[in-house]
Design a protein around this ligand. Structure first.
Ligand code: C2O
Ligand code: CU
Ligand code: CU
Length: 490
């Protein structure tokens, strides 16, 4: 695409943006049919000539035996490798989750998505830095039978990312029905560290659900569910009921995703050891951080290191959740059974990765952070600055100059926590008004937990892709309600 053409269409877009109505309909043309063509024009995407990985991915209604002998109606991602090594897609027959996609930084990826659901959907690659039209913006949602072609180069550093639906107003229920999968990026920097792998690498996806008497997923039942977000009464680990996992002795790597709709966990090891954090949302930290307890909000990831002493053989180590009803004991999330098998004992590297800290002084709005207030309103419920989601409509403060870095401030005057997620490249957390001993704010992040009464500032570069992206609360019921806004990089 020629440069000249690009800026002309950008001007046109900004002009059009000015006449977008509150309902998300653009004057003169419906958003659905025309959206791609103009989104294409503002994205910096060049079609990929050749790809390293080509996949097929579909979303389908299915039946799955979560409880033995009883089928639960679910939605499921299914995939197939067309080009690339077979290990690019890892299926787990015991899980309702979608296949795990494993790629290497720099690989060019093409994914043919097909919506075989009875409702509109689109796939979002959570945490990946991809062009606007590849990001699964709600505007790209496809009706039943529709397809979407994704093409992007994996720009992210090694880390645990994930994919899930993103149609406006239906994200919560679709994830709840089973639509989610992991997207793991590897890179040479991480490989060179020789972190625990094979049997010593454990992946844990935390979710919670509520089931009806006949074992069907039970979604929102009340106004309370809607305002708080859905908290289930049954934990599901990696898309299955809880069951003990075996663990050898030696050094372990435990990679955790909170894939719950709304539940916030407070993690702790049962055997008195600290949690050793080696990575967060956007990959490895510069060095390990030791914490007694960790709060983990929906959408967040944690990379943990654990050394298991041979004296623990025959015992269990349990990952516990401390956020439980008042007066109740901590709950078990994952039970690791220490088996009589000696795994390699490695030395935890004191230096994990090259992590350059962004400098606050380099922000275009240094000293003048952009404030977004997280508050409830009578008309929309949970909102950002009192506004619900208005597809395609951006305010001046939601319009960002390509190539700049900005300071955003999430201000939460209420008592309700909101995990705020910004699409596009990863950001860094500058600080929070009320520091909290169980929150990890280090490293590259794409979700930041904003507790009640707190104000959190983040630093984010907008230097890779032009176009329309969203930011929202990752409590999925809040997102659907519609605690979400667009931002436009021009
Ligand atoms: Cu994980 Cu916009 O989402
Ligand atoms: Cu995301
Ligand atoms: Cu929220």
């Amino acid at each position: 695409m020629a440069k000249k053409e690009f800026s002309a269409s950008r001007r046109e877009l900004v002009k059009t943006m000015g006449v977008v109505g509150a309902g998300g309909l653009m004057a003169g043309f419906p958003i659905t049919a025309q959206a791609f063509s103009w989104m294409d024009r503002v994205s910096s995407r060049k079609p990929l000539a050749a790809v390293d990985v080509e996949l097929e991915l579909e979303a389908v209604p299915a039946q799955f035996e979560i409880f033995s002998g009883q089928n639960t109606a679910i939605f499921q991602y299914r995939g197939r490798v067309l080009t690339g090594s077979a290990g690019t897609l890892v299926h787990n027959a015991n899980s309702y989750l979608g296949p795990t996609i494993r790629v290497t930084k720099g690989q060019r990826v093409r994914i043919h998505f097909k919506n075989n659901l009875p409702e509109a959907t689109i796939v979002h690659w959570h945490g990946l830095d991809v062009p606007a039209d590849m990001d699964g913006h709600p505007q790209s949602a496809q009706e039943p039978g529709g397809t979407y072609l994704y093409e992007f180069t994996v720009a992210n550093r090694a880390g645990l990312y994930w994919y899930h639906p993103h149609p406006h107003g239906r994200t919560g229920i679709q994830v709840y029905q089973g639509l989610a999968g992991l997207f793991i990026v590897e890179d040479p920097e991480e490989k060179a560290l020789g972190l625990p792998n094979g049997k010593q690498e454990h992946i844990v996806v935390l979710q919670d659900r509520r089931f009806s008497a006949d074992k069907q997923f039970e979604y929102i039942q009340s106004g309370h569910d809607r305002m708080m977000g859905l908290w289930g009464d049954t934990y599901l680990i990696n898309g299955a009921l809880q069951s003990p996992r075996s663990m050898t002795t030696g050094s372990q790597r435990i990679r955790v995703l909170n894939g719950s709709n709304a539940r916030i966990y407070k993690l702790q090891w049962s055997h008195g050891a600290n949690l050793t954090v080696i990575g967060t949302d956007g990959g490895l930290l510069d060095g390990p951080q030791s914490m007694a307890e960790i709060l983990m909000a929906p959408g967040e990831r944690l990379d943990l290191w654990l050394d298991v002493d041979p004296t623990l053989i025959g015992q269990t180590i349990v990952l516990k959740n401390l956020i439980v009803p008042q007066g109740e004991p901590p709950e078990n999330l994952v039970t690791f059974q220490i088996v009589e098998e000696v795994g390699p004992q490695l030395t935890l590297p004191s230096r994990l990765s090259e992590l350059s800290a962004l400098r606050e002084e380099d922000a275009v709005n240094f000293g003048n952070p952009k404030r977004f207030t997280l508050e409830p309103t009578r008309s929309v419920g949970w909102s950002i600055d009192g506004l619900g989601y208005e597809m395609g409509k951006v305010r001046p403060k939601e319009t960002i100059q390509m190539g700049t870095m900005e300071i955003w401030e999430f201000h939460n005057p209420t008592g309700m926590p909101h995990p705020m997620h910004i699409h596009g490249s990863q950001f860094q957390i500058l600080g929070r008004e009320r520091s909290h001993p169980a929150i990890v704010d280090r490293g590259w992040k794409d979700v930041v937990l904003v507790l009640g009464g707190d104000t959190v500032r983040v630093l984010k570069r907008f230097d890779h892709h032009k176009g329309l992206f969203v930011f929202h609360c990752h409590n999925l019921e809040h997102e659907d309600m519609s605690m979400m806004r667009d931002y436009l990089v021009v």
